[in-house]
Design a protein around this ligand. Sequence first.
Ligand code: SF4
Length: 306
Amino acid sequence: MRVILAAPRGFCAGVNMAIEALDRAIELFGTPLYVYHEIVHNKWVVDGFQRRGVVFVSSLAEVPSGVTLLYSAHGVPPEIRREAAERGLQTIDATCPLVTKVHKEAIRFAGEGYAVLLIGHAGHDEVVGTMGEVPEAIHLIQTVEDVDLVDIPDPARVVYLTQTTLSVDDAERIIERIRRRFPQVAGPSRDDICYATQNRQEAVRILAAEADIVLVVGSRNSSNSRRLAELADSCGVVAHLIDGAADIRLEWFVGNETVVITAGASAPETLVEDCVELLQKQFHASVETRVIREEQLRFVLPKPLR
Ligand code: SF4
């Protein structure tokens, strides 16, 4: 068996920052420490923090007065910030700056009288946060068909934005339809799909040509991990989205000699190492890393933690 490790894979700058922020907050303020939504969409990471006394909540009603509350990497809608301020909670914002950028674009365009078409997935934390900024001006677009159905008062003042973790190909299809229906549509100066999402997808697209099977390490609620598995699948390769080595079934590899392993932006490298170890033990797999792009980006910690 030959294992090809896709690079880049795993943690992105936003996830690194959010996890480091939570680590530092535990050091400074102790536990229980409250986090609005999962700090990042990964079961292993969330379980680990829960064992250390972090409480993940989905509503501020679950947060007692006088405690520290951290916002996750995916961001929050403004009403959560308002409510937290009214309650006098001490808050730390670990929202990824690339998510904040989309919030700001939505606010700016809506302020200039644009209808905002947000391409994204309903219910995703990031989409809920962005839509909450300008609920009166924003329309969620999940499919090409949604573009045809959306009701826009002035077709000359429309802008599209995207969730950061979309499939590049799906987003392109939707944007193409938007451009056809609204030829004067405006867009962000640069794509909102973040560098980490794009790079991980590019690596899978290139390496899938050599793969018999692709393993994507990541949790089911991780949007960018799911997109990686879908992408491998669309390249005609069997793909499995796994939380870790315990999910691997040895029968997957019967007749499949070349295994590409990647990981979503919220999946820690230790989980990838466990998978490699298992394949080496079971199949004497050789392992090579294939670097498709280098990544250097880092984000600073939120102000109260610097
Ligand atoms: S996937 Fe992209 S937008 Fe999301 S946390 Fe990572 S860098 Fe930020």
